[in-house]
Design a protein around this ligand. Structure first.
Ligand code: FAD
Ligand code: A2P
Length: 293
């Protein structure tokens, strides 16, 4: 590089690393307020990725909750967005599953993170998709579109879920087949999960019914979650009785349009929406704000 060539702009991680350290003198690497280190990155499609990072010692959360995470922007100010924690509450690390929005303020940067990079994570978990927001029941339904599967990736790996419910059903619907890969991988890994197998025995995975569907690309089972529920197809395919308020509980996570329609369908089966302060038969949370990409 000659003297006239401008120095490359510092990356988000370099900027983060340049901020003042909060740990005492003598620590090997500057650590920043609310910074965590990325330990693993996996790209599932051009527009979907997952990553794992270190967990703040102070962070206690309930499986299904979300936190604010981000990176510093051009001006050094953090760009923070809500993210469901996809790992269970007992995990030593944290996992996240993310969209890559082409011009998204955060994700156009987040898509470039690598192992060893730092991200900002505010350790203040909140959310409605928690087991305590539901009344006891026999079956728990997870209804997710797109990245809305993230909170259920946490809950599915939490022994509490299988302790409270005899059966768990995961309905995950995406436009294309490739978008189902993260969920499929997760479900396959559950069969070998040492903690769950030890607690519930080798065959515990039979208590989980997985119902992945697509809407815009050929796949063995197609159709929107709402349609497969109202037509009764999912009950017939899985050999389950139609939903009823005595036995069935549900958690919903997707776009606003999906959440609105799923809520109507669940209410049609006689279920009522609950909250942390008022546990009922189902709870809903947005997977993102705004229109789909
Ligand atoms: P933004 O400016 O935030 O979004 C730009 C546009 O992209 C939005 O208007 C919307 O049309 C679209 N979009 C944003 N996020 C998504 C998405 N997830 N799926 C489809 N379209 C989207 N995102 C995740 O990827 N994983 C999560 O676990 C997750 N959990 C969330 C939990 C809550 C409670 C909320 C409110 C949002 C969550 N989001 C999640 C969305 C996330 O907060 C950001 O919107 C997303 O990371 C994109 O950030 P951005 O700055 O790049 O673009
Ligand atoms: P479809 O392809 O029929 O629109 P998106 O990427 O738009 O968020 O959609 C993710 C998945 O959710 C797609 O399979 C989409 O089906 C489905 N979906 C979108 N809106 C609704 C809705 N209002 N009710 C049920 N499913 C929906």
């Amino acid at each position: 590089m000659d003297d006239t060539t401008p120095a490359p702009a510092p990356s988000a991680t370099e900027k983060l690393a340049a901020r003042p350290a909060t740990v005492g003198p003598g620590s090997a690497k500057p650590t920043l307020p609310d910074a965590q280190t990325v330990t693993q990155v996996r790209h599932w499609t051009d527009w979907l990725m997952s990553f794992r990072c270190t967990r703040p010692a102070s962070l206690r959360f309930r499986s299904g909750e979300f936190v604010m995470l981000g990176l510093p922007g051009e001006d050094g100010k953090p760009i923070l967005r809500a993210y469901s924690i996809a790992s269970p509450s007992w995990d030593e690390e944290l996992e996240f599953y993310s969209i890559k929005v082409p011009d998204g303020p955060l994700t156009s940067r987040l898509k470039n993170i690598r192992e060893g990079d730092q991200i900002i994570l505010r350790p203040k978990p909140v959310g409605t998709l928690v087991l305590d927001a539901l009344l006891p029941g026999k079956r728990l339904w997870f209804l997710a579109t797109g990245t809305g599967i993230a909170p259920f990736a946490s809950l599915l790996r939490d022994p509490d879920t299988f302790e409270r419910y005899e059966q768990v059903v995961l309905m995950h619907t995406c436009r294309q087949v490739s978008e189902l890969a993260y969920g499929r991988d997760l479900v396959e890994s559950l069969a070998d999960d040492p903690l769950l197998s030890e607690m519930f025995g080798e065959g515990f995975a039979d208590r989980l019914h997985y119902y992945p569907t697509t809407t815009r690309e050929e796949w063995p089972i197609m159709g929107r979650i709402t349609d497969n529920l109202t037509s009764g197809r999912v009950f017939a395919d899985l050999g389950l009785p139609p939903m009823n308020p005595a036995d069935d509980r549900a958690m919903v996570c997707g776009s606003l349009a999906f959440n609105t329609d799923a809520k109507k369908v669940l209410e049609g089966f006689g279920l009522h929406e609950g909250a942390n302060s008022d546990p009922r038969e189902f709870v809903v949370e947005k997977a993102f704000v705004g229109e789909g990409v």
